[in-house]
Write a protein that binds this ligand. Structure first.
Ligand code: CO
Length: 266
């Protein structure tokens, strides 16, 4: 058996239809993994069927979904597989990934699913530090507002926990809001207003700077975060960068992968 050992790492992302951000973020995670594990096959899968459809229809590009990628790895003779998700929280998408992977366990000699970005307290601390390090010039009369996705899943509490942690670390001027969860923009604006900042910087707290970043955060519609902070009287600077553009964030995914490779959890 050991003679036929063929190892692969499948990097699973929600996906994005914005190709430029995809290469700077998801692509960067994959490049880091390839550089660290040159003897392993590294492949890509996306979980969003909507995005996979857009890519096929608009660009004629096929990217595997999870079952397709697993079937192809099996057909190509891979025996040992680690799945590294680029998801942020262990929410619905991560649970779906675990469910989709389950039937394949018996078909690989070894199959393990690594953790998303924010899986434990050490991750929370490192993610907050990574964000703080990214903005060394942020002055006390400026505010940085992060736009998380938010979810109906119980792990939505992670966003408020991170907001709390920034403040506990001494960064009273960093706020976390979400598009679909708690805290919402309506909850964040009054808290930001209390500081009367000279400038509000907006940064997507998402792996990619895709649709949510360019529309919900930085768009010109009156309900975008940029427009709402502007209407509240602030000078607003949106930053269209996905989290995975930051090497310190990618390092957390790589640590999870390394932990998964060195001490399998099951
Ligand atoms: Co969304």
């Amino acid at each position: 058996m050991t003679n036929d050992k063929k190892e692969a790492i499948l990097v699973v992302s929600f996906g994005t239809s914005h190709r430029e951000t995809a290469e700077k973020t998801i692509g960067a995670v994959e490049r880091d993994i390839r550089a660290k594990y040159p003897d392993k096959e590294v492949r890509r899968a996306y979980t969003s069927s909507m995005i996979l459809k857009v890519l096929k229809k608009r660009d004629g590009v096929h990217i595997d979904n999870v079952p397709e990628a697993l079937d192809r790895l099996l057909a190509d003779g891979f025996t040992h597989l680690i799945i590294q998700p680029t998801h942020i929280i262990p929410g619905w998408e991560y649970e779906k990934l675990l469910r989709e992977t389950e039937p394949y366990r018996a078909r690989f000699s070894h199959l393990e699913c690594s953790l998303p970005l924010l899986a434990g307290i050490r991750d929370h601390k490192e993610v907050c530090e990574a964000i703080v390090h990214q903005f060394p010039q942020l002055s006390s009369d400026e505010v940085l507002v992060l736009m998380g996705h938010g979810t109906s899943h119980p792990t939505d509490t992670i966003y408020a926990a991170l907001d709390y942690r920034f403040k506990a670390m001494g960064n009273e001027n960093i706020f976390m809001g979400t598009v679909e969860g708690y805290p919402s923009l309506e909850e964040v604006i009054p808290m930001v207003s209390q500081r009367s900042p000279k400038r509000v910087l907006l940064l997507p707290f998402m792996v990619v700077a895709g649709d949510h970043a360019s529309n919900d955060m930085a768009g010109d519609d009156e309900d975008s975060w940029k427009s709402q902070f502007t209407a509240a009287g602030f000078s607003v600077t949106p930053i269209l960068k996905g989290l995975a553009e930051f090497p310190e964030i990618r390092a957390i995914y790589l640590r999870h992968l390394e932990e998964c490779l060195s001490e399998p959890r099951s």
